[in-house]
Design a protein around this ligand. Structure first.
Ligand code: SAM
Ligand code: SF4
Length: 322
């Protein structure tokens, strides 16, 4: 389906929970505070019903996210339901990786094809400082995902003075395993005291950090890894490196290629991550009018985000489906 700006919308990101077992500095630094009651979360059957309605409208790409999607007991059931949809092109997962090791095989059997794993640093102290968690669990999860045949990408959020020193090591780690790695500019989706200019590391500065260590990066305009907004580069000095940059703040045409809608864990369709509008699906779920609601959400997609306009999220990214 086309939105009012001619963009083809065929990708639904589904937050299946707003809960998380980590407390990333840039996301929920105080840890989970229980914004939504568990009863407010859509059931597995409801989530699959929304995905099915989207598929009928031509959506072919789906991603389970959160919060930490692997905390939901029924994540495999949800994946199986979406994995069985007709004309499915891809079913992916965004995860912090801490629970991938025990679940990767079952998820792959349920139809999950890919996993974007967050990895902001490799050394345990920096990883713990950023996330509160244990990087060894994530690395075990990565190995399990690869062994299960999932296509894996790494996600690293950029924070000046926190993980800038870790970036070249992350690229070497990714290149050695032939995994694409994407560096993501900090977005205003969390507490404002985290979002200071002092913490913000632009893509340009991150690239300079990488090039000082690894040598020049060269653009790969035709390379794609999945369906996200990353622009990829290679590094001639490091064969196999695929380095993506995602810059919602510094790239002026960031929204031009937007292809997605978001479904929140409590059943709201969100046309844009960086604007407040939401469409409540409660009535549509009750009356079986989901296709109308999805069509309406696409019609409400704005041309671009409001991150530059002193945007303050009304609710955290974990509830929206980052
Ligand atoms: N818990 C999973 C994870 O961490 O990958 C999935 C949900 S998380 C909200 C999805 C992605 O959003 C992660 O790659 C995370 O690093 C990123 N993210 C969270 N807060 C962010 C922020 N303020 N700016 C940029 N990216 C952010
Ligand atoms: Fe949890 Fe992911 Fe947010 Fe980190 S980025 S606190 S792992 S939801």
């Amino acid at each position: 389906m086309l939105d009012p700006f001619g963009r083809s919308i065929d990708y639904l990101r589904i937050s299946i929970t707003d809960r998380c077992n980590e407390r990333c500095l840039y996301c929920m630094p105080e840890g989970y505070k229980g914004w939504a009651k568990r009863a407010d979360h859509l059931s597995a059957a409801q989530l699959v019903a929304v995905a099915r309605a989207a598929a009928r409208l031509g959506f072919t790409k789906f991603r389970l996210t959160g919060g930490e999607p692997l905390l939901r007991d029924d994540v495999v059931e949800i994946a199986r339901g979406i994995g069985a949809l007709e004309n499915l092109h891809s079913l992916g997962l965004s995860t912090n990786g801490t629970r991938l090791a025990p679940l990767a095989t079952e998820l792959a059997a349920a139809g999950v094809r890919s996993a974007n794993v967050s990895l902001d640093a490799l050394d345990p102290a920096t990883y713990r400082r950023i996330t509160g968690g244990d990087v060894a669990q994530v690395l075990a999860g990565l190995d399990a995902a690869l062994a299960a045949g999932l296509f894996v990408k790494l996600n690293t959020v950029l924070m000046r003075g926190v993980n800038d020193h870790a970036l070249p090591g992350l690229v070497r780690f990714a290149a050695a395993r032939r995994l694409p790695i994407r560096f993501i500019e900090l977005m205003p989706l969390t507490r404002t005291d985290v979002l200071t200019p002092a913490n913000f590391l632009s893509l340009a500065d991150a690239r300079a950090v990488l090039e000082a260590d690894l040598g020049p990066l060269e653009a790969l305009p035709d390379y794609r890894a999945g369906h996200g907004p990353a622009r990829y580069h290679e590094c001639p000095a490091l064969p196999g490196a695929r380095i993506g940059f995602i810059g919602a703040l510094s790239e002026t045409d960031f929204c031009a290629s937007c292809n997605k809608l978001r479904l929140t864990a409590d059943g709201k369709l969100r046309p844009c991550l960086g604007r407040h509008g939401e469409l409540d699906l409660a009535a549509a779920l009750a009356d079986d009018r989901l296709e109308d609601a999805i069509t309406e959400a696409i019609a409400r997609k704005p041309e671009d985000h409001e991150f530059h306009a002193d945007y303050h999220p009304a609710r955290p990214m974990t509830a929206i489906g980052g």
